[in-house]
Design a protein around this ligand. Structure first.
Ligand SMILES: NC(=O)C1=CN([C@@H]2O[C@H](COP(=O)(O)OP(=O)(O)OC[C@H]3O[C@@H](n4cnc5c(N)ncnc54)[C@H](OP(=O)(O)O)[C@@H]3O)[C@@H](O)[C@H]2O)C=CC1
Ligand SMILES: O=C(O)[C@@H]1CCC=N1
Length: 264
């Protein structure tokens, strides 16, 4: 199995780190192209993969091709490679707003296309990737793609109509979570805690809370109530978060993200 990435930036590095570390595909069987010499040098040195400046070489040498450039560059790269892709190759999109039908139109013919939405926690093996695929992809091929994506976290097969929601809730949400961690730490720093220690306490609290949601299966509201002692400290913080519109601002942020994904 030969895997190719066109574009070797943040997301490609996060995905490839897990794929190689977990021995899903050997680095010698992976090739990536990029316009940027520095990105290629970094990928070659840190991941040990083959690198090239030529996108066509990636298509030529790969069974599965991941297009990991920004969505605005999708059409120009697809125009460059569309005549080279063969019907037995699998094309994977990781971009928001790029629909299966839109990609078929861009390629101008029926190909095996998988649409995914990963996230950067892939870098530490804790990503979550949503995937859907067109009628040309067999169940066996979908399982193969899912096993590659599982190299850097969880994988969920979903219907395409939910893909924009995935961008809002997991593709982009690490950025909002980092802002939350930063703000938690700022609060502790304001109370005198050294900054590095504050990041450790804030991040571990977020990690542990997320794990409680996943491991217990309990409603997040019930888990929140378990922290709020009657007449205690937490309910004062919760009261202030409600007053300042915390949950509403998060929901509005997710909506803005989804609206943007739909518009791309
Ligand atoms: N970052 C994230 O958290 C997530 C990103 N995604 C999606 O992943 C894709 C990649 O994003 P990300 O990794 O963040 O972006 P980056 O900008 O970090 O990486 C893209 C790389 O592709 C290079 N590039 C641009 N044009 C071409 C081209 N024509 N041929 C070859 N390489 C090219 C860029 O070079 P240069 O810098 O010189 O332009 C850059 O090195 C996007 O579609 C994004 O929406 C999906 C989920 C999460
Ligand atoms: O900001 C973006 O457009 C990309 C897609 C999801 C996360 N990052």
């Amino acid at each position: 199995m030969k895997l190719g990435f066109i574009g070797c930036g943040n997301m490609a590095n996060a995905m490839l780190g897990g794929i190689i570390k977990n021995n899903i595909i050997a680095s010698s069987d992976i090739i990536s192209s990029d316009l940027n010499d520095v990105s290629l040098e970094v990928a070659k040195d840190t991941l040990g993969i083959k690198v090239t400046k030529d996108n066509k070489e990636v298509v030529d040498q790969s069974d599965i091709i991941v297009l990991s450039v920004k969505p605005q560059f999708y059409s120009s790269v697809i125009n460059e490679i569309k005549y080279l892709i063969k019907e037995n190759q699998i094309f994977i999109s990781i971009a928001p707003g790029q629909t299966l039908e839109g990609l078929r139109t861009a390629f101008g013919r029926e190909l095996k296309i998988v649409r995914t939405m990963p996230n950067t926690p892939a870098l530490v093996g804790e990503g979550i990737t949503a995937m859907c695929y067109n009628k040309n992809v067999t169940e066996k091929e979908a399982d193969l793609v899912a096993s590659i994506l599982a190299g850097f976290g969880k994988v969920e097969v979903i219907t395409e109509n939910l893909m924009d929601a995935v961008v809002g809730v997991s593709g982009s949400s690490p950025a909002y979570v980092f802002m939350f961690i930063e703000a938690l730490a700022d609060g502790a720093v304001a109370a005198g805690m050294p900054r590095n220690k504050a990041y450790t306490f804030a991040a571990q609290a977020v990690l542990g809370s997320a794990k409680m949601v996943l491991d217990t299966g309990k409603h997040p509201g019930e888990l929140k109530d378990m922290v709020c002692s009657p007449g205690g400290t937490t309910i004062e913080a919760v009261r202030m978060l409600e007053k300042e519109g915390f949950r509403s601002s998060v929901m509005e942020a997710v909506k803005a993200c989804i609206d943007k994904a739909k518009s791309l």
